[in-house]
Design a protein around this ligand. Structure first.
Ligand code: SF4
Ligand code: SF4
Ligand SMILES: [Zn+2]
Length: 263
Protein backbone atom coordinates (compact mmCIF):
# COMPACT_ATOMS: atom_id res chain seq x y z
CA UNK A 1 0.00 0.00 0.00
CA UNK A 2 1.19 3.51 -0.82
CA UNK A 3 -0.25 6.69 0.71
CA UNK A 4 0.41 10.14 -0.74
CA UNK A 5 -0.91 13.34 0.79
CA UNK A 6 -2.66 15.62 -1.72
CA UNK A 7 -4.12 18.32 0.49
CA UNK A 8 -4.25 19.00 4.24
CA UNK A 9 -6.30 21.63 6.05
CA UNK A 10 -7.51 21.67 9.65
CA UNK A 11 -10.94 20.17 8.83
CA UNK A 12 -10.17 18.48 5.51
CA UNK A 13 -7.69 15.96 4.19
CA UNK A 14 -7.31 14.42 0.73
CA UNK A 15 -4.89 11.62 0.00
CA UNK A 16 -4.08 9.04 -2.65
CA UNK A 17 -4.24 5.37 -1.61
CA UNK A 18 -2.58 2.94 -4.02
CA UNK A 19 -2.42 -0.83 -4.00
CA UNK A 20 -5.62 -1.42 -2.02
CA UNK A 21 -9.12 -2.75 -2.77
CA UNK A 22 -12.27 -0.61 -2.98
CA UNK A 23 -13.43 -2.37 0.21
CA UNK A 24 -10.36 -1.11 2.08
CA UNK A 25 -10.83 2.50 0.90
CA UNK A 26 -14.51 2.27 1.81
CA UNK A 27 -13.56 0.84 5.23
CA UNK A 28 -11.53 4.00 5.99
CA UNK A 29 -14.41 6.19 4.83
CA UNK A 30 -17.00 4.34 6.90
CA UNK A 31 -14.80 4.24 10.01
CA UNK A 32 -14.34 8.05 9.80
CA UNK A 33 -18.10 8.47 9.70
CA UNK A 34 -19.33 5.84 12.09
CA UNK A 35 -16.61 4.28 14.27
CA UNK A 36 -14.62 7.14 15.84
CA UNK A 37 -16.02 7.97 19.32
CA UNK A 38 -16.66 11.66 20.10
CA UNK A 39 -18.72 13.68 22.59
CA UNK A 40 -22.23 15.00 21.90
CA UNK A 41 -25.04 16.28 24.10
CA UNK A 42 -27.11 13.25 25.00
CA UNK A 43 -29.75 14.23 27.57
CA UNK A 44 -31.16 17.53 28.77
CA UNK A 45 -33.48 18.76 31.55
CA UNK A 46 -35.39 21.90 30.60
CA UNK A 47 -36.23 24.08 33.62
CA UNK A 48 -37.52 27.02 31.62
CA UNK A 49 -38.27 27.50 27.94
CA UNK A 50 -40.42 30.45 26.97
CA UNK A 51 -38.80 30.75 23.51
CA UNK A 52 -40.72 30.22 20.27
CA UNK A 53 -39.19 26.73 19.80
CA UNK A 54 -40.65 23.57 21.30
CA UNK A 55 -38.55 21.71 23.90
CA UNK A 56 -37.88 18.92 21.38
CA UNK A 57 -36.53 21.40 18.82
CA UNK A 58 -34.15 22.88 21.40
CA UNK A 59 -32.98 19.36 22.34
CA UNK A 60 -32.39 18.50 18.67
CA UNK A 61 -30.38 21.68 18.04
CA UNK A 62 -28.20 21.14 21.13
CA UNK A 63 -27.54 17.51 20.16
CA UNK A 64 -26.22 18.57 16.75
CA UNK A 65 -23.61 21.00 18.16
CA UNK A 66 -20.16 19.40 17.53
CA UNK A 67 -18.09 19.28 20.73
CA UNK A 68 -14.30 19.47 21.04
CA UNK A 69 -12.39 17.98 23.94
CA UNK A 70 -8.80 18.74 24.97
CA UNK A 71 -8.44 15.11 26.00
CA UNK A 72 -11.09 12.87 24.51
CA UNK A 73 -9.40 9.82 26.03
CA UNK A 74 -10.45 11.04 29.52
CA UNK A 75 -13.96 9.82 28.77
CA UNK A 76 -15.17 6.26 28.20
CA UNK A 77 -18.14 5.14 26.20
CA UNK A 78 -20.97 4.47 28.71
CA UNK A 79 -21.04 0.73 27.96
CA UNK A 80 -17.27 0.48 28.58
CA UNK A 81 -17.27 2.61 31.76
CA UNK A 82 -16.68 1.27 35.27
CA UNK A 83 -20.20 2.51 36.18
CA UNK A 84 -21.60 0.07 33.58
CA UNK A 85 -23.46 2.89 31.84
CA UNK A 86 -25.40 4.22 34.83
CA UNK A 87 -23.56 7.56 34.51
CA UNK A 88 -20.46 8.96 36.24
CA UNK A 89 -17.78 11.61 35.57
CA UNK A 90 -15.82 8.99 33.62
CA UNK A 91 -18.48 8.77 30.90
CA UNK A 92 -20.44 12.02 31.20
CA UNK A 93 -19.65 15.72 31.10
CA UNK A 94 -22.35 17.99 32.53
CA UNK A 95 -23.35 21.36 31.12
CA UNK A 96 -25.55 24.35 31.93
CA UNK A 97 -27.19 26.82 29.57
CA UNK A 98 -28.96 29.86 30.98
CA UNK A 99 -30.04 32.83 28.86
CA UNK A 100 -32.64 35.61 28.87
CA UNK A 101 -33.82 37.70 25.90
CA UNK A 102 -33.66 39.77 23.94
CA UNK A 103 -30.92 38.20 21.88
CA UNK A 104 -29.63 35.15 20.10
CA UNK A 105 -28.52 32.11 22.11
CA UNK A 106 -25.36 30.69 20.55
CA UNK A 107 -23.43 27.44 21.04
CA UNK A 108 -20.80 29.41 23.00
CA UNK A 109 -23.41 29.89 25.77
CA UNK A 110 -23.24 26.16 26.61
CA UNK A 111 -20.98 25.92 29.66
CA UNK A 112 -19.46 22.52 30.47
CA UNK A 113 -18.17 21.54 33.91
CA UNK A 114 -14.96 20.32 32.22
CA UNK A 115 -13.27 23.49 30.86
CA UNK A 116 -11.50 21.29 28.29
CA UNK A 117 -14.85 20.53 26.58
CA UNK A 118 -16.51 23.17 24.42
CA UNK A 119 -18.46 23.58 21.17
CA UNK A 120 -16.26 23.29 18.08
CA UNK A 121 -17.80 26.52 16.77
CA UNK A 122 -18.85 29.49 18.94
CA UNK A 123 -21.58 30.98 16.82
CA UNK A 124 -23.97 28.12 16.01
CA UNK A 125 -27.42 29.68 16.57
CA UNK A 126 -29.66 27.79 19.01
CA UNK A 127 -32.69 30.09 19.29
CA UNK A 128 -33.63 33.79 19.21
CA UNK A 129 -35.09 34.95 22.53
CA UNK A 130 -37.57 37.85 22.57
CA UNK A 131 -37.81 40.42 25.36
CA UNK A 132 -38.17 38.59 28.71
CA UNK A 133 -38.06 35.08 27.16
CA UNK A 134 -35.88 32.56 29.01
CA UNK A 135 -34.02 29.33 28.43
CA UNK A 136 -32.64 27.38 31.39
CA UNK A 137 -31.21 23.93 30.68
CA UNK A 138 -28.99 21.38 32.37
CA UNK A 139 -27.77 18.18 30.78
CA UNK A 140 -24.83 16.03 29.88
CA UNK A 141 -22.79 14.88 26.91
CA UNK A 142 -21.60 11.31 26.36
CA UNK A 143 -19.02 9.72 24.11
CA UNK A 144 -20.41 7.46 21.42
CA UNK A 145 -20.02 6.80 17.69
CA UNK A 146 -21.75 7.89 14.49
CA UNK A 147 -23.46 4.55 14.00
CA UNK A 148 -25.34 5.13 17.30
CA UNK A 149 -26.66 8.49 16.00
CA UNK A 150 -25.46 11.07 13.49
CA UNK A 151 -24.87 13.59 16.28
CA UNK A 152 -21.77 11.54 17.21
CA UNK A 153 -20.56 11.51 13.59
CA UNK A 154 -16.98 12.85 13.53
CA UNK A 155 -16.58 12.69 9.74
CA UNK A 156 -19.15 14.54 7.63
CA UNK A 157 -18.27 14.66 3.93
CA UNK A 158 -16.27 11.46 3.45
CA UNK A 159 -15.84 9.85 0.07
CA UNK A 160 -13.48 8.23 -2.40
CA UNK A 161 -13.16 7.74 -6.14
CA UNK A 162 -10.94 5.62 -8.35
CA UNK A 163 -7.87 7.41 -9.60
CA UNK A 164 -8.61 8.07 -13.30
CA UNK A 165 -6.18 7.41 -16.13
CA UNK A 166 -6.59 9.45 -19.34
CA UNK A 167 -4.79 8.68 -22.61
CA UNK A 168 -4.95 11.13 -25.52
CA UNK A 169 -4.65 9.49 -28.95
CA UNK A 170 -5.57 11.24 -32.21
CA UNK A 171 -5.91 14.97 -31.54
CA UNK A 172 -6.15 17.99 -33.86
CA UNK A 173 -5.96 20.50 -30.99
CA UNK A 174 -9.56 21.76 -31.39
CA UNK A 175 -9.75 22.42 -27.63
CA UNK A 176 -13.36 21.21 -27.21
CA UNK A 177 -12.48 18.75 -24.42
CA UNK A 178 -10.78 21.58 -22.52
CA UNK A 179 -13.83 23.83 -22.87
CA UNK A 180 -16.29 21.23 -21.51
CA UNK A 181 -14.16 19.89 -18.64
CA UNK A 182 -15.66 21.30 -15.42
CA UNK A 183 -12.54 20.42 -13.38
CA UNK A 184 -9.83 22.00 -15.61
CA UNK A 185 -8.05 18.67 -15.94
CA UNK A 186 -6.88 19.23 -19.53
CA UNK A 187 -4.90 21.92 -21.29
CA UNK A 188 -3.51 22.56 -24.75
CA UNK A 189 0.23 22.18 -25.31
CA UNK A 190 2.03 22.21 -28.67
CA UNK A 191 -1.30 21.91 -30.49
CA UNK A 192 -2.46 18.82 -28.58
CA UNK A 193 -4.64 18.19 -25.54
CA UNK A 194 -2.65 17.21 -22.46
CA UNK A 195 -3.64 15.93 -19.02
CA UNK A 196 -2.33 18.38 -16.42
CA UNK A 197 -4.50 17.87 -13.35
CA UNK A 198 -5.57 14.21 -13.20
CA UNK A 199 -6.40 14.19 -9.45
CA UNK A 200 -9.29 16.59 -10.07
CA UNK A 201 -10.94 14.42 -12.74
CA UNK A 202 -14.42 13.26 -11.68
CA UNK A 203 -14.72 10.65 -14.47
CA UNK A 204 -17.76 12.51 -15.86
CA UNK A 205 -16.76 11.63 -19.48
CA UNK A 206 -17.85 14.99 -20.91
CA UNK A 207 -14.46 15.26 -22.66
CA UNK A 208 -15.02 11.90 -24.40
CA UNK A 209 -18.42 13.06 -25.71
CA UNK A 210 -16.93 16.36 -26.90
CA UNK A 211 -14.04 14.83 -28.86
CA UNK A 212 -15.19 14.28 -32.48
CA UNK A 213 -11.98 12.36 -33.25
CA UNK A 214 -12.66 9.80 -30.51
CA UNK A 215 -9.14 10.43 -29.26
CA UNK A 216 -9.72 10.27 -25.50
CA UNK A 217 -9.55 7.03 -23.52
CA UNK A 218 -10.57 7.21 -19.87
CA UNK A 219 -10.17 4.27 -17.46
CA UNK A 220 -10.29 4.02 -13.67
CA UNK A 221 -7.15 2.63 -11.98
CA UNK A 222 -8.79 -0.22 -10.08
CA UNK A 223 -6.45 -0.38 -7.08
CA UNK A 224 -5.90 3.36 -6.54
CA UNK A 225 -8.26 5.80 -4.83
CA UNK A 226 -8.46 9.50 -4.09
CA UNK A 227 -9.93 9.67 -0.56
CA UNK A 228 -11.48 12.91 0.79
CA UNK A 229 -12.33 13.21 4.49
CA UNK A 230 -13.93 16.23 6.14
CA UNK A 231 -14.25 16.53 9.92
CA UNK A 232 -17.32 17.99 11.64
CA UNK A 233 -14.89 20.17 13.61
CA UNK A 234 -14.63 17.89 16.65
CA UNK A 235 -10.98 17.07 15.81
CA UNK A 236 -8.47 17.82 13.03
CA UNK A 237 -9.10 15.77 9.88
CA UNK A 238 -5.63 14.19 10.14
CA UNK A 239 -6.40 12.95 13.67
CA UNK A 240 -9.79 11.67 12.50
CA UNK A 241 -8.20 9.44 9.84
CA UNK A 242 -5.59 8.18 12.34
CA UNK A 243 -8.30 7.33 14.88
CA UNK A 244 -10.40 5.62 12.18
CA UNK A 245 -7.40 3.47 11.20
CA UNK A 246 -6.87 2.63 14.90
CA UNK A 247 -10.53 1.52 15.22
CA UNK A 248 -10.14 -0.75 12.17
CA UNK A 249 -6.95 -2.20 13.67
CA UNK A 250 -8.71 -2.94 16.99
CA UNK A 251 -11.49 -4.80 15.16
CA UNK A 252 -9.01 -6.75 13.04
CA UNK A 253 -7.16 -7.82 16.19
CA UNK A 254 -10.45 -8.85 17.83
CA UNK A 255 -11.31 -10.96 14.77
CA UNK A 256 -7.83 -12.47 14.82
CA UNK A 257 -8.21 -13.44 18.49
CA UNK A 258 -11.64 -15.04 17.87
CA UNK A 259 -10.28 -17.04 14.94
CA UNK A 260 -7.35 -18.20 17.09
CA UNK A 261 -9.85 -19.49 19.68
CA UNK A 262 -11.54 -21.60 16.98
CA UNK A 263 -8.35 -23.21 15.70
S1 SF4 B 1 -13.85 12.93 -17.38
FE1 SF4 B 1 -14.82 14.91 -16.86
S2 SF4 B 1 -13.53 15.76 -15.27
FE2 SF4 B 1 -12.34 14.12 -16.22
S3 SF4 B 1 -11.12 15.15 -17.78
FE3 SF4 B 1 -12.98 14.46 -18.81
S4 SF4 B 1 -14.40 16.20 -18.65
FE4 SF4 B 1 -12.74 16.57 -17.20
S1 SF4 C 1 -11.51 17.32 -28.24
FE1 SF4 C 1 -10.23 15.64 -29.04
S2 SF4 C 1 -9.26 16.51 -30.80
FE2 SF4 C 1 -10.05 18.25 -29.63
S3 SF4 C 1 -8.32 18.87 -28.34
FE3 SF4 C 1 -9.54 17.40 -27.18
S4 SF4 C 1 -8.56 15.41 -27.56
FE4 SF4 C 1 -7.85 16.84 -29.13
ZN1 LIG D 1 -19.47 5.99 33.86
Amino acid sequence: MKLELIELEEDRIRFLLCGVSAAFANGIRRACMSEVPVLAIDEISLYDNTSVLFDEQIALRLGEVPLKADDLNMYSRPEDCQCAGTGCPGCRVDFMLSAEGPGMVYSRDIQFTDPGVKPAFDRIPIVVLGEGEKLVIEGFATKRVGKDHTKWQAGTLCGYKNLPSIEIGDCDGCGKCIEVCPRHVLSLEDGRAKVTNILECSLCKLCIDACEMGGIKLTPVLDSFVVSIESSGVMPAKELVARAAEEIKIRAEELDAKLAELS
